[in-house]
Design a binder for this molecule. Structure first.
Ligand SMILES: Nc1ncnc2c1ncn2[C@@H]1O[C@H](COP(=O)(O)OP(=O)(O)OP(=O)(O)O)[C@@H](O)[C@H]1O
Length: 493
């Protein structure tokens, strides 16, 4: 408030308050004890001190009141302006239209002589249904500020849309059972079992080596379940630091721990409400998180970290791991009660080396996905692909095909476009098995080596498991590995 306004204000207050102070005067005015002059002064004081500019005109478009703010905007003396026709200040005023239509015009653009863009309301005043005047009120004195605000809001709106789309993508599964390709009876059998489990409400445990398609199966289980319309929330337990995993899963209340957000956080389990929670790499859960998860599964309620009350949660758990949970259990690293709860509906996805018939189908699929459906694969190259052990399973096959397509520049894929490790294992085998001079013993040895390579790849080099799988002792396995120059027998456990 400038000096002159301050003086006006003080004058008005003094006029209104007299010896009893303003509050008393206002009370007298409002209680009807004051005369009309006081009431008018009091209302003028109020209107002079609101943020908006206000002008009231009569049915002839003459100004009957102008507040201080509008006076400042127009560079006019508000008192002297009373009685002036409005078009003196607004040559293109729309007040006559409002007077004749009796309809309010809200948030309309209006430019003063000063060229300052404003937004105004024009509101008809009625007495007994008759329009007797109009109030002109500024709502944004300089709406460039508002256009800035609008464009910032629009920016935020499109950002929200972008993130929502990303979230929808995260929350909605991409794959169904139809997308899990392969022509082997082994894969068909696993898909049939998983589809049966999908229709129930029980937790499902998906096991298999890396790259076998566990995540695809989890998507498909959700999509074929009664919860398909609900969210699909995917948490990779190996990707989140152990100390943060619990708060990520179960959420926390405000100020639950140092560094926690002030507003608290909804956990992923709550986000999966009415849908499916996919816990990838469940073997990475800490013992404490395992215990809490079990309690949530059993009570169907959840307590946020630092919280006091439990909230109901309704979700279906699908878990996956490439670790041997039974072995973890025997070492005390995975709770037996949680294991048994998960493993009643277990789906084990076989390694690609156990279903070589799937390779051609998958190769064709990846070529189509790479937009090279016409690219041929030479007979020898396809044989090499089918004979390879695929320790990285379908994911590795996908990468090999991507590389081959770019090396062959989209033309026929031949042996020279495949990585060395595939060629070496294929060549060794050809030299022995396709050579008419090789003895039965040599051919048997070649076959034995191949079987062992696959078993080692399947068990990720774990000698104990491989020996168990092949039904031989560990010492025999070590001896054979040395003979065939397989793996790092010194380091393998
Ligand atoms: N049967 C299949 N048909 C088509 N694509 C497949 C199949 N199996 C796996 N894939 C593809 O292979 C890749 C790896 O699959 P996915 O991520 O589901 O494996 P995973 O077992 O979850 O791997 P990890 O244990 O390393 O997380 C993905 O690109 C997936 O689309």
């Amino acid at each position: 408030m400038n000096r002159e306004n301050e003086d006006n204000h003080v004058c008005a207050v003094e006029r209104l308050s007299g010896s009893q102070g303003m509050a008393g005067s206002a009370m007298r005015v409002l209680s009807g004890a004051a005369d009309l002059g006081d009431l008018v002064d009091f209302l003028a004081l109020v209107l002079d001190n609101v943020y908006s500019g206000i002008i009231v005109c009569d049915s002839d478009c003459r100004i009957v009141f102008m507040n201080r703010v509008y006076g400042e905007l127009l560079g006019a003396d508000p008192k002297a302006a009373v009685g002036d026709y409005l078009d003196k200040y607004f040559p293109h005023t729309r007040m006559p239209q409002v007077l004749s239509t009796g309809r309010s015009e809200l948030a309309q653009r209006c430019s003063l002589k000063t060229d300052m863009p404003m937004l105004v309301n024009r509101i008809p005043l009625r007495i007994k249904g008759q329009v007797v005047g109009v109030i002109l009120q500024t709502i944004f004195r300089d709406y460039t500020a508002m256009t800035d605000l609008i464009s910032r809001l629009q920016g935020l709106e499109s950002e929200v849309k972008y993130y929502k789309k990303g979230l929808d993508r995260l929350l909605s599964p991409l794959y169904g059972f139809n997308n899990i390709l392969g022509s082997s009876p082994l894969l068909a059998g696993v898909k049939a079992v998983a589809a049966k489990y999908a229709r129930t409400e029980a937790p499902v445990l998906i096991t298999g080596a890396t790259g076998t398609g566990k995540e695809m199966f989890a998507h498909a289980v959700h999509r074929s379940s009664p919860r398909a319309a609900g969210p699909f929330v995917c948490v990779n337990c190996a990707a989140i630091p152990r100390e943060l995993l619990e708060s990520e899963l179960f959420g926390y209340e405000s100020g639950a721990f140092t560094g926690a957000s002030r507003k608290g956080k909804v956990g992923q389990i709550q986000l999966a409400h009415t849908g499916t929670l996919f816990l990838d790499e469940i073997g990475e859960l800490s013992p404490k998180a395992q215990a809490t998860l079990l309690r949530v599964l059993e009570t169907k309620t959840l307590e946020r970290l630092g919280g006091v009350k439990r909230v109901a949660v309704d979700f279906r758990l699908v878990a996956a791991t490439n670790r041997d949970l039974k072995e973890m259990m025997s070492r005390g690293e995975f709770r037996d009660d949680l294991y048994y709860r998960l493993s009643t509906m277990a789906v084990e996805i076989p390694a690609l080396s156990r279903r070589r018939e799937d390779v051609p189908v998958l190769v064709a699929h990846f070529l189509t996905a790479l937009e090279h459906p016409q690219t041929e694969v030479g007979l020898q190259a396809m044989e090499a692909l089918q004979n390879y052990a695929w320790p990285g399973n379908v994911r590795e096959l996908k990468n090999v095909i991507e590389r081959a397509v770019s090396l062959s520049e989209g033309r026929r894929i031949d042996l020279e476009h495949l990585p060395r490790e595939i060629l070496t294992s294929d060549l060794e085998e050809r030299q022995v098995c396709e050579n008419p001079d090789t003895t039965l013993a040599e051919q048997m040895a070649c076959f034995e080596k191949r079987v062992m390579e696959h078993a080692l790849a399947f068990n990720k080099g774990n000698m104990t498991k491989t020996a168990k799988m092949l039904g031989i002792s560990r010492s025999t396995l070590y001896e054979k590995c040395r003979r065939y120059d397989l793996g790092d027998t010194e380091k393998a456990s």
